[in-house]
Design a protein around this ligand. Sequence first.
Ligand code: GLN
Length: 487
Amino acid sequence: MDNILSLSAVELGAAIKRGEVTSVEATRAVLDRIAAVEDRYHCYVTVVEETAMRRAAEVQAKINSGELTGPLAGVPVAIKDNMCTTGVLTTCSSRILNNFIPTFSSTAVENLEKAGAVMIGKTNMDEFAMGSTTETSAYGVTKNPWNPEHVPGGSSGGSAAAVAAEECFYALGSDTGGSIRQPASFCGVVGMKPTYGTVSRYGLIAYGSSLDQIGPLCKDVTDCATILETIAGHDPKDSTSVKTETDFTTALVNDVKGLKIGIPRDYFGEGLDPEVRDSVMRAAKLLEEKGAILEEFDLSLVEYAIPTYYTIAAAEASSNLERFDGVKYGYRTADYNGLHNMYKKTRSEGFGPEVKRRIMLGSFVLSSGYYDAYYLKALKVKALIKKAFDDAFARYDLIIGPAAPTTAPKLGQSLQDPIKMYLGDIYTISVNLAGLPGITVPCGVSREGLPIGVQMIGDCFREKTLIRAAYTYEQARGSYVRPGKEA
Ligand code: GLN
């Protein structure tokens, strides 16, 4: 088979099952692709070439013997570098974890492995998932495969770019405030953040624990439903994981007749690039042509989402990151003078500027005297934001809007102005604050040649409604040209 790399994950799984290609050949093809283009895009922090080839052979033997029969058996996958992987370096793209080799794997990764996945490597990200461009990584910048002068988005930028550049068949990312949906939009791939509690967070290095969720970045909605079905499920090791139905592939139905879709006016106002607006509106209209009912409404409180998110996420991060002190694992400074000096130098040298900014901001909003004024107030606003969504979902089956106000910015632009970068998260972060599921599907390409994504947001545990709408849209939209492809 000569066009292995252009297959979707599910197509490859089926081809392997039919004996048209082996997992070993597919893994070799991905590794060759990485050797050819990784210099240009830098999607990975670590590539485990030998382990992957060995694993592919083992998995293929199990497929041949009938022990592995699932849709993803034998398919190569990339994992964001904030998920623990047994025996494989897990850095969170931070210097402070430059030598951390976990002795266990995160549940999501374990679930994929049980299904016969072949892990190719660990993808680059913003340090500790703090950022929107993958430029805060301590291991270099990932470039957008559509145009390497632009960022891939973030923080799961390595995962999104690896899918777009065909350096893997699908990837896992994590989304605390948009880190799956925004890079999916910037790289022209599908990305989904499930409802909080759907996928176990066990083994995901925590950023904002009340907001973090793991989800897929992939080539189409069929892959998305299949991957989610594989990684989701109750896990006793994560006390916030929920028992819920996970038969997501049953929702791959081409039908939205009668589906009520809300279009929040507040998502289409000032600050939204007109090209993005037109492209997203066209996507909504396409669903209307397929029988959905569109209605504009006022979501309210949208302008409070960013300060609320950055207060809560920073507060949780400052607490979660206390454990990185150079004592038990991770980086430790070379020379120091006593214990306190060791902590101080280790953390000063180990964390980058964006992470330090969040730790300081988080410690401030949690400090006595400011706790009520900032942190507690943010929690109250979070509850109001959830209520605004509850009101909306009393009337609509789903909400549609952009994933980001613009297409991918040029490299370097966002680093100079962190506040501007934070403002770019306007359409994604309230979904995390309310715990809702959201999916991004490619819906257009700008005149400059950069992808645009449409975001669909569902009520809690209504992933199937999202998948049905996203699938119907994708069928109506037709094929989407990925970089490196002929039209
Ligand atoms: N850009 C947001 C932040 O920096 C979201 C990141 C994420 O979802 N991990 O916090």
